[in-house]
Design a protein around this ligand. Sequence first.
Ligand code: 4AD
Ligand code: MG
Length: 424
Amino acid sequence: MRKMKDVVFFDIDDGSPRVLQVVIEKGKVPKNLTFGSSVETKGILNLNKNKQIELLAENVEVIGNCDLDDEYPFLPKKSYSDEYLRQYLHFRSRTHKFGSLLRIRNSICFAIHKYFIENNFIQIHTPVLTSNDCEGAGEVFCVAPYGFNRETNSSEGSSFFGDTAYLTVSGQLHLEVMARSMGNVYSFGPTFRAENSKSRLHLSEFYMVEAEMAFTYTLEEIMKFCENLIRSVTETVLNVCGEDISKFKDTNVVNSESMKFTSVPFTVITYQEAAKILDKNKRQLHSEFHFNNSLSKEHELFLVKYNGNMPMFIIEWPKCVKPFYMKSLPENNEKVMGFDLLSTNVGEICGGSLREDDIDKLQDSLLELKLQNKLHWYLQLRKYGNIPTGGFGIGFERYIQTLLGIPNIKDTIPFPRWPHSCKL
Ligand code: 4AD
Ligand code: MG
């Protein structure tokens, strides 16, 4: 609020990208109109001498006043760090920057669905509760196998599902079921990982965009589709959300980061080639690289930087570092036809593969993992009328992070969850 001699100016924010300046006669301002209050106002829109639209208000009514006591976390005209705002998740969306983030997030969602629909994919609602750990990394949240007893206020009692249930880490196995009846399918929903990592790149609950493509014989087809999806969605969002994107402080970063998704074909290198680059440059690296191991975050970020900060696919991974479902190379059983897509600022944003369709090889892998009973149904998919499929999963928040140059993934989602923090 800015009080002049005869009139008062104040800004209102209705959840759209622009703040509207309101002008009202001093005598018409209610006493309890303070910073932070909710108002209803009526008037005439006017183009002022600075060529800005303002509202010449006839009246203003305070709907919900705002006690500016010690507990209210904001003061007028102050800006706050991301860390500070994260402490107040129930108020964070009132800041302009987070409002912009939410609108951009919404537009990206819409663009993703649109792209899939235009390409004749069917959306499948894969379950949140499941009995399988798709990635086999043991990072599942177990849902207590006991029903909650209201009377004793405890979770002891009879087994609810009769078997262990988890929160899903990926909808892939369910999509594989559907691809064998429906053709190309996708899902876009929450996934959960109990990784004990407080890093700026991990959430315990995040959204994943997953596609499973039917009658797919080569990894290249999957990578091409994934690349086209990312390019198309990025182009759409840059077009639609220009005003919100410009709210992000360093617009140059945003534009240059985003251009990397839109301008050139993504680089493709093999794991072996990546290993050579890391080996040659080991003096610049803190974490040692060991062949046949997965890449550390430092390795991923180094490789992207080495590639001029352009997105890059890494293919032909050692079988031992990837999940059981990836199809091995025809000429080399120790390597799989899988990829990781790395991108600037975050490293891996997407993982995908062709799925193993050789029933004997799959059976051996499941036996080794003692999953032959639990995933008997998965084996049956190969036995009865199988088709070759493959797909990928994009970490939605990691994509937003890389697109907008956001340092911490917790600032890409309205209500972030991470170890020791499940607020609200
Ligand atoms: O590489 P991931 O583990 O692949 C899968 O889950 C496959 N089943 C997907 C498929 O083929 N349908 O996970 C996919 C992506 C990662 O590349 C990463 O971007 C993101 O999910 N991701 C996370 N994002 C935020 N927080 C975490 N803890 C994440 N873990 C994975
Ligand atoms: Mg992965």
